[in-house]
Design a protein around this ligand. Sequence first.
Ligand code: MIC
Ligand code: SF4
Length: 639
Amino acid sequence: MGKTLAYKILENHLVSGNLTPGEEITIKIDQTLTQDSTGTMVYLQLEAMDVDKVQTELSVAYIDHNTLQTGFENADDHAFIKSVAQRHGVLFSKPGNGICHQLHLENYGKPGKTLLGSDSHTPTGGGLGMIAIGAGGLDVAVAMAKGTYSLVAPKVIKVELKGRLHPWTSAKDVILYVLQQLSVKGGVGKIVEYTGEGVKSLSVTDRATITNMGAELGATTSVFPSDENTKAYLKSQGREADYTPLAADADAVYDQELIVDLDSLTPLAAQPHSPDNVDSIANIGEIKVDQVAIGSCTNSSYTDLMKVAAILKGKKVHPDVSLVISPGSSKILTKMAENGALADIIASGARIIENACGPCIGMGQSPKSGAVSLRTFNRNFKGRSGTLDADVYLVSPETAAISAVTGVLTDGSKTGQALPQIEDTDFTANDNFIVYPEGTNTENTPVAMGPNIKPFPRNTALPETVEVTVTLHAGDNITTDDIMPSDSRLLPYRSNIPHLANYCFEKVDSGFAGRCKEAGTCAIIGGDNYGQGSSREHAALAPLYLGVKFVVAKSFARIHRSNLINSGIMPLVFENPADYDDFTIGDELVIEQAPKQVQSGTVEVKNKNTGKTYQTKTNFSDLEIALILKGGKINYMKG
Ligand code: MIC
Ligand code: SF4
């Protein structure tokens, strides 16, 4: 029986376990990446593990999220990460170099390798034929310390690409279409593998747009074959030697299949407030636009921005539109400065902002009240832009640029404007933004601890009886942005959990933190796909700090479920989803003989007020049981 590409790479990295969907496996991790907003926790945890040098082939610490530096906090975090990177043999990418995923693709990603990153969009590396997985910070710290990562072997979905995209329809529309078909939870427990003749017509950066936004499917990762286009991309980055051809066997067997006919795709948009709320631009209609933001790890590549420049050349941004552009990397910006495309963009009336995540994570550029904002980003969760009543639509760079000119949501193919074919170009190597961990005795580098950097909270071993008060009854598809919001006001506090905890669930139910503090120990009731979105551990650490002992939900998103377990918080799944309706805020719940029940696979939760009992499933692996019993991963590792 033929093998999928995903399983070939996993097999090459298998350290232990049975490589069968649903079984827990441990794989070797070749590379790790961190970014600053999750990175401070990662490196605090790495320090707590008393390791010397990292065990990976390559580990990089990027600074790209918190670059506004509205106070000393961000800059202190950067200095902390830089010092710890130096101590442990990690490359440090200075702020201004660009967005971690774009930079990793350009400079370090290699076909056939494994990459673990403390950011949910790490699967961007799948565009180069890597198995690139997003994880919570603690898992990335452990991967650096031990060179391994444990996960449940996923199923593999085949997405067959047929035909060829028309001009004005691009990689973004492919992934929006897949999201429309599979939904934001359609990829949970799965790897999405792209095959078919259509693959050849997509460049590596197109492929990376698709694998990047596979995170929005809830997928473990997404992967493309490594072929002549991969070779050409690596050559353009001066890295031809890193090329290896890779593909699935012709007779590979998949768990699920989806066919995408590129020829019949038209420009699409994800409407407010979910990446899977997709429709064609033709159907949505010419809605008036207030802001257009182009950039993010999904769509800030050289070819994306050159298309944008070509559309804007000689035109004027509509008087009612604010157009902001954040390039993906310093190399891209340099090249566009050299070839004149940057001048075309600026001359149109666009605002160029730093090569960083910027508006994608709410660091500036919040649109005006009630605005319509078109963004080439990957998430349009309510409030993520920083403006609670703004309507954010996710679109391709082509759609964004033409709409910035017309002032309304526009299907470019209807404008009659020709769109030039943009080829990748050769880039000049430049590592001036990289600080290497060079010199002798780097482990003696002092840790630079700013006053805002506080220790991370630790749980205690699971007690015999767990008694809690329900402090939140949440709906379906709760995001980690809902749990632990991130914007220019809160992002500077990513290394200060006691402060952040006050804002936990702020936008969903502002009374949550206060109720938890009053109750002492508490529980959350959740709906389907609880914890989708970002990998931020803070969405587990803040509840841990507030005394949350367990979450009972209809289902969980992968990374958040692991983050809860790593923090010693039990993610329990209703046996009978209808039980969800029985709970209300203030209910007093009890789990008797908790350690014994956790080991048995089902946990009975009793409502003390009504006397009624509810069955929940744990689906814990042996390792996960051990983590819960010890009160989290750090306690487990410390013995
Ligand atoms: C995001 O896109 O939500 C982030 C910010 O990059 C997060 C990481 C974080 O919360 O720091 C992610 O995707 O994991
Ligand atoms: Fe940064 Fe946005 Fe990408 Fe997250 S999704 S890594 S915030 S650009």
